[in-house]
Design a protein. Sequence first.
Length: 238
Amino acid sequence: MKMKDRQKVEIVSMDMWNPYRAAVKAVLPQARIVVDKFHVVRMANDALEKVRKGLRKELKPSQSRTLKGDRKILLKRAHEVSDRERLIMETWTGAFPQLLAAYEHKERFYGIWDATTRPQAEAALDNWIATIPKGQKEVWSDLVRAVGNWREEIMTYFETDMPVTNAYTESINRLAKDKNREGRGYSFEVMRARMLYTTKHKKKAPTAKVSPFYKKTIGYGLPDFAEELNYGVDLSTI
């Protein structure tokens, strides 16, 4: 990116990874950083999973396998759960109050992004931290530390004119992975040509209209190995 073009960048969306933040501050000091909300909220699912896995010792092998199969229901948002799934969920949460407490706390964290202003979001986050279920502080510690170290960049999300996420960048990354799987060993030139000029993938993922606002933003996603290891957060540096 040319120097004159850098000055036009107003917002940079990124995962919670310190090297990205340092790079943006060094090269684009005028830009505001916004953490991609999806890399934050899914850490709440990770905490819920810790609670679920911790129940294994209290279950018979058959029950443990069933709960593992039902994990996807617990990871859903409350408004996305069907009536049948709700019955299954209530069976588990009724038998294990700590699982219910973790699920409700996960939902409260997601609910922070329902705020329409930064002060509302700040208050909701403070309340969420203050109401961590009894006996679960360690379970939620990674997420609490992450939002503490990235609070400014997380809260900036609520001060932009429209939601800013890494969705476009992530879709391009997925497209590149799909094309790479179609033929291992491609050179960079071949991969580039397939991404730019083939039409097969365009039917599956039509080009979306990009708003003038989005053209002023940049998105950064974590390298695969870091994202797979810690859900988009370099836990050693948060």
